[in-house]
Ligand binder design. Structure first.
Ligand code: CA
Length: 234
């Protein structure tokens, strides 16, 4: 996965004109775009496609923006830019309290939106509580874990991992050569109150393999143990 790879933005907005204008502006600016007019679809798409950022309307059919935001925050640190017609200070605070990273009251210009998106994407590349003191451990396979920055390097190159991928890979590296069932991984690596099912584990394993395996179709590190689960081969 190269640094030049296009960023994927998910747009959840039920005003079709606005959704179209936002999507076109993003495409023109070089982003990949997924768009939906429903909150529940937005949540599903976010989980399936792991966008780099979400533009989220507040008032939505299916599931409102605050609910979508809360649900996402149980499992993800994806930057969320909330857009809404309710522009009072109180709404702004509420938006940020439920886990949005920024807030843009309607009406707004596309330039403003693109600038906010750029800023959020830049910020999200620095981990929270950034601390330049490096605490890392290197193992024989070439993995280096930097716990302060929540980064993992493979042969000196940083892996671009989503928060849950980081947790999963770190768990594997720290517990090699042991078979873990999907349920065990779900219980250990995901939050206790995570409501997803074991297929979530399979999806994350697939993503991880694409980032760490020489040939993801024939994985040598993260192995499937048929009928049992997964094993990280040291
Ligand atoms: Ca709306």
């Amino acid at each position: 996965m190269g640094k030049d790879e296009k960023k994927l933005i998910l747009v959840v907005e039920d005003e079709s004109d606005l959704q179209m204008i936002i999507s076109r502006s993003l495409l023109k600016d070089g982003y990949e775009v997924l768009a939906t007019s429903r909150g529940d679809d937005g949540l599903r798409l976010a989980r399936e496609h792991q966008p780099d950022l979400i533009v989220l309307d507040l008032m939505l059919p299916g599931m409102d923006g605050t609910e979508v935001c809360r649900a996402l925050r149980r499992d993800s640190e994806v930057p969320i830019l909330m857009v809404t017609a309710l522009g009072g200070e109180g709404d702004r605070v509420a938006g940020l309290e439920i886990g949005a990273d920024d807030y843009l009251p309607k009406p707004f210009g596309m330039r403003e939106l693109l600038a906010r998106i750029k800023a959020l994407l830049r910020r999200s590349r620095l981990p929270k509580d950034y601390n330049p003191v490096v605490q890392s451990t290197e193992d024989r396979q070439g993995f280096v874990i930097n716990q302060e920055r929540r980064e993992i390097f493979l042969f000196g190159k940083p892996l671009l991992l989503k928060p849950r991928e980081y947790e999963l890979l770190r768990f594997f590296i720290e517990n090699p050569d042991q078979v873990f069932s999907r349920q065990q991984l779900l219980n250990t690596v995901w939050d206790a109150d995570f409501q997803g099912d074991v297929r979530t584990v399979d999806v994350h394993i697939r993503w991880l393999r694409q980032k760490v395996e020489t040939n993801p179709a024939n994985p040598q590190m993260i192995r499937t143990i048929r009928g049992s689960g997964y094993l990280f081969k040291k």
